[in-house]
Design a protein around this ligand. Structure first.
Ligand code: NAD
Length: 366
């Protein structure tokens, strides 16, 4: 069966890292006999320049048609003054909500080869392997009403609405319990139920779901404590499930535990496991066009795509092994480079992963 993959490079370093990840996808697909049809589209600032919209109808139509989407990143200072609804980032929020991509899986794995690149002591982070499951299409980022209004006394007031329906909590909860059941069987639900009613309901639903997953041990933690524990003793966590905003913040903190945001892949899934795969980082305008971007987060997002949407776990493992092999060889982009390593450019890192993958597939077929 031919699977359709839509590639959306986006802005700044987006196209640089996606170019390398696309090559890896093509090589691994050829090696494992996967029939893929790759299409490319515009999103973000690039789409705004070309069509006046950050998510053109044509891109959305291709996305609805695809089994999986590979996205780079969107945004940049040149679009900071654009009207809010036309900002590149709106394109991203819209594609996530239009496709119903409610479940964001963000692994934070510290490759042993990179323990020195973490901002925490190696013994605190060595062997770290956390999965953060973030609700992506609800919560305060989407709640209505929202806006900035002028009060009777002339003062302006900004407001947003933090809402979750029971069904939305249940949907993300089940994804998290199922993910935990496939791992170490520990799930920590993060909320702020001492202050926010919406997360009192969140906690109640998680407790109710726990009865359906007897093999998973559920615990709860307030978000302020979770932020502290994540930098104090991160290895206590296996799977963390939380809402949109808390997940946004905690997953970036987890990113730094691994040394660089340039190493972190992500998957955003719908109810049928169709998904969008993208690095956790943004478009990094400060380093774009210089060959400095680390493509490994995007390449590891390809591995997640193979595992979650393309039913190709062996191909996924091959990509992950190739990344590990390249790190073993001491190759590093600037963001993860220490004095003992060999600093390489974005494309040289892509070349090295492709070469490691080809060598590995050749060994296996011999
Ligand atoms: P960012 O993630 O782009 O960059 C933060 C820092 O990390 C920068 O110093 C950058 O150089 C570095 N960095 C990021 N990715 C890297 C990589 N692959 N290799 C090496 N270093 C890397 O976040 P920001 O600076 O806050 O945002 C820049 C733009 O990206 C903004 O327009 C923002 O809205 C957008 N953004 C987009 C997404 C997305 O597309 N998913 C996510 C976050 C931010």
């Amino acid at each position: 069966m031919t699977r359709r993959v839509l590639v959306l490079p986006g802005d700044h370093i987006g196209p640089e890292v996606v170019r390398e990840a696309r090559r890896v996808l093509e090589v691994v697909a050829a090696g494992f006999g996967l029939a893929l049809e790759l299409d490319e589209g515009l999103i973000g600032g690039a789409a705004l320049e070309a069509s006046g919209e950050p998510l053109p109808a044509e891109t959305l139509a291709s996305a609805r048609h695809a089994d999986a989407i590979l996205l780079g990143a969107v945004g940049g200072p040149e679009w900071d003054q654009v009207e809010r609804d036309l900002r590149p980032e709106r394109g991203l929020l819209k594609i996530r909500s239009e496709l119903g991509l409610f479940g964001n899986l963000r692994p934070a794995i510290l490759y042993p080869q990179l323990a020195a690149a973490s901002s925490l002591r190696p013994e605190v982070v060595a062997g770290l392997d956390i999965l953060i499951v973030r609700e992506l299409t609800g919560g305060i980022y989407f709640g209505e009403p929202r806006g900035i209004r002028t009060l009777e006394n002339g003062e302006r007031e900004g407001y947003n609405t933090y809402v979750y329906k029971e069904s939305e909590i249940e949907r993300i909860g089940r994804l998290a319990f199922e993910s935990a059941a496939k791992r170490d069987g520990r799930l920590c639900s993060v909320d702020k139920s001492n202050v926010l009613e919406v997360t009192v309901l969140w906690r109640e639903v998680m407790d109710r779901l726990a009865a359906d997953y007897p093999d998973v041990e559920l615990s709860h933690m307030y978000v302020d404590n979770a932020a502290m524990q994540l930098v104090r003793a991160p290895k206590q966590f296996d799977v963390v499930v939380t809402g949109n905003m808390f997940g946004d913040i905690l997953s970036d903190a987890a990113a730094m535990l691994t040394g660089s945001i340039g190493m972190l892949p992500s998957a955003s899934l719908d109810v049928a496991s169709r998904g969008m795969y993208e690095p956790c980082h943004g478009s990094a305008p400060d380093i774009s066009g210089q060959g400095l971007a680390n493509p490994l987060a995007t390449i590891l997002s390809v591995a997640m795509m193979l595992r979650y949407s393309l039913d190709a776990p062996a191909a996924a493992a091959a990509v992950e092994a190739a990344v590990s092999r390249v790190l073993d060889d001491g190759l590093r982009t600037a963001d993860i480079c220490t004095s003992a390593d060999q600093q390489v450019s974005t494309s040289a890192m892509g070349d090295a992963v492709v070469a490691a993958l080809e060598a590995q597939m050749l060994e296996e077929s011999a």
